[in-house]
Design a binder for this molecule. Sequence first.
Ligand code: MD3
Ligand code: FE
Length: 213
Amino acid sequence: MLDLFSDEAPWQEPLAEGAVILRRRARDDAPALLAAIETVAAQHPFTHRITPGGYRMSVAMTNCGDVGWFSDARGYRYSEQDVSNGQRWPAMPPLFRQLAQQCAQEAGFSHFTPDACLINRYTPGAKMSLHQDKDERDLRQPIVSVSLGLPAIFQFGGFARGDATRRVLLEHGDIVVWGGPSRLRYHGILPLKPGVHPAAGAVRYNLTFRRAN
Ligand code: MD3
Ligand code: FE
């Protein structure tokens, strides 16, 4: 007999060629992921970077792994050091690497070994304008993104900035794997709505696992 009340998470939702949402895939790992974010942030606090155009980003960022992504007046790039203090980024927690690798595999990318994890923190009103991720050396490698805390409306478009966009709600525990042709799609996050999430508080976190070098 069909049990309508069974716990069926996680489930997969294909988005586009090479892109799939693993809904609630990180739900059970969320407490450990949030604790690991705290540990990373205790060593390398979240900061609001300045774009090459001179604007302060509304999203606060930190990193872990061999290299970290940031921007300043000189441009967008990966670096082995946090330029604000000259220190190396904290090592990527084994749970982070294992989860990203496992999810890439579930989405059909079997040799993904991330060397960078960008951690974004959104507070109400924070947003990320439409952009492409193309600072990584090998664009055949996917990006794995993990959403935690408050829900956000994710926008994804085509291969030119002006292409039509679709809106997708990303919620606590959702993981998206972006590879193949979808790797170069324009994407962004609409301004975060205020709220309080029981596990994360009044914020949204997004982890993106990347192969930068
Ligand atoms: C589609 N972060 O850090 S995650 C980013 O929620 C970024 O913080 C957003 O875009 C966030 O660069 C979106 C979903 C995502 C991540 C990487 C992608 C979608 C992507 C790379 C290519 C295409
Ligand atoms: Fe991005």
